[in-house]
Design a protein around this ligand. Structure first.
Ligand code: CP
Length: 305
């Protein structure tokens, strides 16, 4: 796949070769971070981060990635309240405007498809940092990078997915990348929050849906957890029906494989018990560091090739 000059909007753009080349670059980036030195690859370049929805990890790690490579950042963490959206500026016009100011844009928005609308009017590459319940491609990239680093491979692994499979853009995007590998899936979710049928259909015979977390953990190498996505529910009452229904705790982890790893994009909300943090299989905080390296690699490939 071609990276240079491209918008990164969906995992659908990636192929296996592109993923492996990105992971190799991310490994080099990890070394740069560990050295404590700053690169020069992005010198003279500016990243604009446009966040219309809250974030801790994604925005900070995009910005840290750009700074680590010697670039600069302009940022708005609260576009809905403090940008010209308040004066009814359209996404299309914001795309035209910001691309006159920055060399690359990372954008998050609560509506599915919104990042694409802005990107279509941008003269510079736009990277999707999460659009509604649609996709979160860079999170999935760092998740697969974490799996690849931990196991030295992705083929022939069994991936368990637990949580809000209906609304988790991360798990949707994970599948968008994992489908390039020979993997199996074991899925479990509270009733009503099942994986969308379009994804389930594409998973085909590689996927098995089970009724309980216990049935899932005993079979899998990777336990991909998502929180119940509060912001996608029509009411608090509706959300509270699901939160805390399935929890990854020490008792559940006793039934999991010794070599299994736990991934969670974070934040967690009653989906992983704090007691699991000291389990050597917990990888959700390591993932965050991997996210900086992966985003450095992506910025380098998109801007420099
Ligand atoms: N993983 C993730 O997207 O976290 P933030 O919402 O904090 O960016």
């Amino acid at each position: 796949m071609k990276f240079k000059g491209q918008h990164i909007l969906s995992t659908q753009q990636f192929d296996k070769e592109g993923l492996l080349s990105l992971f190799a670059e991310a490994k080099k980036m990890e070394k740069l971070v560990k050295s404590g030195k700053f690169g020069k690859e992005m010198e003279g370049k500016i990243l604009a981060t446009l966040f219309y929805e809250p974030s801790t990890r994604t925005r900070f790690s995009f910005e840290a990635a750009m700074l680590r490579l010697g670039g600069r950042v302009v940022s708005n963490a609260d576009m809905m309240q403090t940008s010209s959206v308040r004066k009814l500026e359209t996404l299309e016009d914001t795309g035209k405007v910001v691309s006159q100011i920055a060399n690359v844009i990372a954008m998050r928005h609560p509506e599915a498809g919104s990042v694409k609308i802005l990107a279509e009017q941008s003269d510079v590459p736009v990277i999707n940092a999460g659009d509604g319940s649609n996709e979160h491609p860079t999170q999935a990239l760092l998740d697969l990078y974490t799996i690849w680093k931990e196991f030295g491979k992705i083929d022939r692994l069994t991936i368990g997915m637990i949580g809000d499979l209906k609304n988790s853009r991360v798990q949707h995007s994970q599948f968008g990348l994992l489908k390039h590998f020979k993997v199996k899936f074991v899925l479990v979710s509270p009733k009503g929050l099942e994986m969308p049928s379009v994804i389930l259909k594409e998973m085909g015979s590689a996927a098995k849906v089970v009724a309980t977390p216990e049935e899932m953990v005993k079979e899998v190498d990777v336990i991909s957890v998502s929180r119940i996505q509060k912001e996608r529910f029509v009411s608090d009452r509706e959300y509270k029906k699901f939160v805390g229904v399935f929890v990854v705790d020490a008792a559940l982890m006793k039934k999991a494989k010794k070599h299994a790893i736990i991934l969670q994009p974070l934040p967690r909300v009653e989906d992983i018990a704090v007691e699991v943090d000291t389990d050597p299989r917990a990888r959700y905080f390591h993932q965050v560091g991997n996210g900086v390296a992966v985003r450095m690699a992506l910025l380098k490939k998109v801007l420099n090739g």
